[in-house]
Design a protein around this ligand. Structure first.
Ligand code: ATP
Length: 209
């Protein structure tokens, strides 16, 4: 099987995430996508909702799509989880499968600030979805990219030995930051997130302050 793992805080999950996952799945002929929410980091930023709520929201958002599921690997420990450890754990959990870590261009550009990025890029292949505000020319400046190894789809060697494929997807300028701001300002978030997500947020009064 070819499995994509879509990492993020999903604070909250929105249609930008869902559409990116769906387009990555079709462009890369993946058999499944697992959404991989981060746990609660010890230095949690003020508007990070509780892990249980973020997980519940993500489950609501992906319900009904048999190709989408939730990966709990980063939720099992109270410690901050590093993607390098997650990648190793995933390789152990799925020894027979072809694993791809999906992330947005902004997250990919931030790789130098991650824990042991070089090792991470030796462990798992990446799929980078282009996001509004992050043109391919900007992303190609990442110090983690080596030689280009394919043109269609555009694929580059990563410093650690694995590859990164760049995916041009429908640009949706939605972010969790925007959604949290709209909620604080008491404005509608309808059609930016599934209705089930908006209903849960409203019922539990999340992101109000
Ligand atoms: P925040 O605004 O709080 O930083 P976010 O909207 O970027 O959140 P994350 O949970 O951090 O959401 O994102 C998970 C992954 O999805 C990241 O790799 C991010 O780059 C990617 N992503 C988020 N929104 C989009 C979008 N609209 N289009 C494509 N990729 C996206």
């Amino acid at each position: 099987m070819r499995i994509g793992f879509f990492g993020g805080t999903f604070n909250p999950v929105h249609y930008g995430h869902l559409r990116a996952a769906e387009e990555a799945r079709t462009l890369l002929s993946l058999d499944a996508i697992q959404f991989l929410p981060s746990g609660n980091p010890p230095l949690k930023n003020a508007d990070l909702a509780d892990m249980h709520d973020r997980v519940a929201l993500t489950k609501l958002a992906i319900a009904g799509n048999p190709m989408f599921s939730l990966c709990d690997i980063e939720l099992q420990s109270a410690q901050k989880s590093f993607t390098v450890d997650t990648a190793r754990a995933l390789a152990e959990r799925y020894p027979q499968d072809d694993l791809i870590f999906i992330l947005g261009a902004d997250a990919f550009l931030d790789l130098p600030n991650w824990y042991r990025p070089e090792e991470l890029t030796s462990l798992i292949d990446f799929a980078v979805v282009i996001r509004p505000g992050f043109a391919p020319e900007i992303v190609l400046q990442s110090p983690f990219l080596g030689e280009r190894v394919a043109v269609e789809p555009e694929t580059w060697q990563l410093r650690g030995g694995r590859t990164a494929v760049f995916l041009q997807i429908t640009p949706l300028g939605i972010s969790s930051t925007q959604i949290r701001r709209l909620i604080r300002e008491d404005k509608s978030i309808r059609y930016l997130v599934p209705d089930s997500v908006a209903d849960y947020i409203e019922k539990k009064l999340l992101y109000r302050e």
